[in-house]
Design a protein around this ligand. Sequence first.
Ligand SMILES: [Ca+2]
Ligand SMILES: [Ca+2]
Ligand SMILES: [Ca+2]
Ligand SMILES: [Ca+2]
Length: 446
Amino acid sequence: MRLDRRGIVFVVLLWAIMALTTVAIYFAHSSRLVYLASESAAAGYQAENAISSAVEYFLYAIQTEEPEGKYLDLETDGYEVSQVPLGEARFWFLGWDRNALTEPSSPVYTAVDEAAKLNINTADQEMLAALPGMTSELAAAIVDWRDTDEELSSEGAESADYLTLDTPYAAKNSEFESIDEIRLLHGADPEILYGEDRNMNGVLDQNENDGDASWPPDNEDGILQTGIMRYITVFSREPNTKSDGSNKVNLRGQSARSDLQTLVSERLGGDVFNQIIANAGNNLGRPDSVLAFYLSSGLSEAQFREIENDLTVSEGEYRIGAVNVVTAPLAVLACLPGITGEKAEEIVNARLSLTDEQRESVLWLTTILDPDTCRLVGPHITAQSWQYGLDIVAVGRNGRGFRREFVVVDVEDPPTVIFRRDRSREGWPLGDEELESQTEGVASSR
Ligand SMILES: [Ca+2]
Ligand SMILES: [Ca+2]
Ligand SMILES: [Ca+2]
Ligand SMILES: [Ca+2]
């Protein structure tokens, strides 16, 4: 038995030696190709490591800065966001200019917060339909996909529609777990999901403005018609508790009045509570947002800021899907009820001059929007961000081995990676200039 086994080992060894010899002969004939292949594999490995390191770098920034729901602007806080060297590799955080009124001409580097996007698990049909390039059909299909019933909404789609497909499946009838799931939906055409921006970089690349000369199809108008994918999320949520973990005062709860009285007496004095009741009424007006309560409370902005973060209008551990009006781009702001494109522009312009303190609250909106509009948007907005969608681009040595990954980090203590999705197939997103500077005279085999 033992000998037999040795024999087998020997045969295997021999086979390996033969195989190696064959490979050596093959190498000699195609050393250039093999060199490129191994070079590219090595660079790819470096790029993958760089992506993991980029995530670690971001986690480090969060642990150091402890933003506690405030938007962490990496660059402002002195962190690198582009062409970050890591040995022979480089990485970038591909993002967007949240304050841009038109699409930028070159990629923007920053960490993007998920609360700056529209949450497809909570936005209503009307809000979804306001996304750029959106159809009422897909907006209805999104609502039908996540609602628990099989009742077809107007223009929507339920199991009956999906079960007749060549590869049949049922409507999920529960919440989206990733935005990629949207591809399964009735009416989810690539034109709506990605628009002309097929490499999802927010920039009009040459092939996105040449009509049918090269993929993708586009209208050659010199303007980037973007899709909805970059504006939607399933990850935005904020803790519905105070920073010490205790419950906030629920303004619609059973004990709203006495809880508020305790809070107000403690922070603002007993008389102030009586003023609030005189203004808002005995049941506090059962407000459907904290902002609505501010409007009826009669409190000054300074007074209200003392209690704002301890107030809520809902039960539950988390508040899901509120849009951060401090960080949301124009296209997302314009999805909020009552907010026209013009108003969205006003919001973007106004927030450029906010103080750090103002940025921690939504009260500054009351100087831009009338009270009725404030009441409309109140339930859908926040000034907090607790999740970041990092669109990480990396290359290995000599600019080879391009990799791209979308990584979502929840920064609630302890910061955790909650989602990863490879995006390498979406194509090089950093433009020709960056490509050339990375490869620096090395013939690209990308
Ligand atoms: Ca349904
Ligand atoms: Ca593009
Ligand atoms: Ca094209
Ligand atoms: Ca165009």
